[in-house]
Design a protein around this ligand. Structure first.
Ligand code: PXG
Length: 460
């Protein structure tokens, strides 16, 4: 076999060793062992190669994280230089280091002016763990210690650790390992599936009002914060109706409930704005970040705080009893710094907003607006979801929509494109460096996969 990389062992050999040692994420391990996972071995730009030498256009930026694509030498160089100079030190016991300071200066230059402080983590899940503690601590410090309850949304996703998954609304995760106390949920704003006879605007307001009802039910004096993704990512790339966020913001302000945006997927240019809350036009008190912060080259996340919260913690809070060995890790910070510089200085976020984002949205609508299988297209920037529909006129979804979407994803792999399926939705979120030509390829290969699925579903 003529492979464009060096392969040390045969695919089956890797698969057997993988089966011997790994519990993979969100999968029946026994079934996966029988099938054998794909072994990915190389990445360059938007493309990945597996151990059989098959090439894929990665339409999902890994797991929504490789903003700059694969194989950037400037990021490798930044990591190597930092490892040479100071491979590790920490922010415990009265110390700090230049890499993390420079990263934070750049980060806050990209954020709206009312944010000032960050607590770094290694992941998005940890950012949301820290969030719970920080929000509760804030209310203790300002003299309202009874404000403890966090409200999240059903089908929201905030990570896989116990408390982060409790904030999320994936019931099957709650059932596996239990819940934490003082967390409540309201419905998601998924108009296509749950909007019934309401217009999107009416439905958006209705969903937002559920927050007010929940706060009143629990007592505003007990509610600490509301956490949500500006648009749901893992739950299906679901955009709320335009009426949703203004109403949520009004309610949070009226009842003095902190508005906590989970920007783990939406942050760092995905929508064409630096942060998704800017696209949707609201002002959160905290931002959970990860993924695109380092373009996935190295793990790093964080919790960004508004001045209001940071000032209270710094001026009145005393000791903040929290710390991770690798918070602000110098190598991760150096990579994040190089990544943010590239996103800014190469005009990548601007290109997504002005050129490639509108282009992707346009070609998707040209190809799929009248497709017999597709009932709705949502997205902005380099982010999109195609909604499968059995009957477009009534928004009836297929009973087996999950199986169809998974099948579509499998066809995609066969055609050499990686797209993600969730329930009856096909999702794409390519790297922000995608060219028009690569977006053409993404949409064309997706069309073939959707057509093949439509034939199975009797729609073509
Ligand atoms: N918040 C949000 C909004 C996320 O999407 C996390 C927190 C947790 O981040 P970490 O770094 O702990 O994984 C996430 C993660 C998918 C998929 O297939 C999405 C995520 C992770 C894995 C798969 O959509 N999101």
């Amino acid at each position: 076999m003529n492979l464009p990389f060096e392969l040390k062992r045969q695919t089956e050999d890797y698969q057997q060793a993988d089966a011997a040692h790994h519990i993979h994420a969100f999968v029946d391990q026994k079934a996966l062992n029988a099938e054998g996972p794909r072994v990915m071995v190389r990445g360059k730009g938007l493309y990945l190669w597996d151990s059989e030498g098959k090439r894929y256009l990665d339409g999902m930026s890994g797991l929504w994280c490789t903003q700059l694509g694969y194989g950037r030498k400037d990021l490798t160089a930044a990591a190597a230089a930092q490892m040479d100079q100071l491979s590790y030190y920490n922010m415990f016991f009265h110390t700090t280091h230049p890499a993390v300071i420079e990263l934070s200066e750049l980060l806050f230059s990209l954020l709206p002016g009312h944010y000032s402080h960050v607590i770094y983590t290694n992941s998005g899940s940890e950012a949301n763990e820290v969030l719970i503690r920080t929000v509760r601590r804030y209310w203790q410090v300002v003299g309202k210690p009874q404000k403890k309850i966090m409200i999240g949304r059903w089908n929201g996703y905030h990570g896989s650790t116990l408390a982060a998954s409790a904030l999320g609304g994936m019931k099957f995760m709650h059932e596996m390992g239990g819940m934490i106390p003082d967390v409540a949920h309201i419905d998601e704003p998924y108009w296509y599936a749950q909007g019934g006879e309401l217009t999107p605007a009416e439905f958006g307001r209705r969903c937002a009002l559920q927050l007010e009802e929940k706060i009143l039910e629990l007592g505003a004096e007990n509610v600490a914060g509301f956490i949500a993704e500006p648009f749901q990512g893992a739950g299906g790339m679901i955009f709320p109706p335009e009426s949703y966020w203004p109403e949520i913001q009004r309610i949070c302000r009226q009842y003095d409930v902190l508005l906590c945006a989970d920007e783990v997927i939406g942050g760092f240019g995905r929508t064409g704005e630096w942060f998704a809350h800017e696209y949707f036009g609201f002002e959160p008190d905290t931002l959970s970040i990860a993924k695109g912060l380092t373009s996935g080259y190295i793990p790093m996340g964080g919790l960004v705080l508004s001045k209001r919260i940071a000032d209270a913690l710094v001026e009145q809070g005393g000791v903040f009893a929290h710390g991770l060995t690798y918070s602000g890790h110098p190598v991760a910070a150096a990579v994040a710094l190089a990544n943010l510089k590239a996103l800014r200085d190469e005009g990548i976020v601007r290109t997504v907003k002005e050129d490639t984002g509108p282009y992707l949205q346009q070609i998707l609508r040209e190809v799929f607006a009248h497709h017999p299988m597709i009932g709705d297209i949502q997205g902005t920037g380099l982010l999109a979801a195609l909604q499968f529909a059995e009957d477009k006129s009534t928004r009836k979804r297929f009973d087996n929509e999950n199986d169809l979407a998974w099948q579509c994803r499998t066809f995609g792999f066969e055609e050499g494109v990686i797209i993600r399926s969730t329930l009856g939705r096909m999702i794409m979120a390519p790297a922000l460096v995608a060219t028009r030509g690569e977006l053409d390829e993404l949409v064309e290969k997706t069309r073939i996969a959707v057509d093949r699925t439509a034939r199975i579903a009797g729609k073509l």
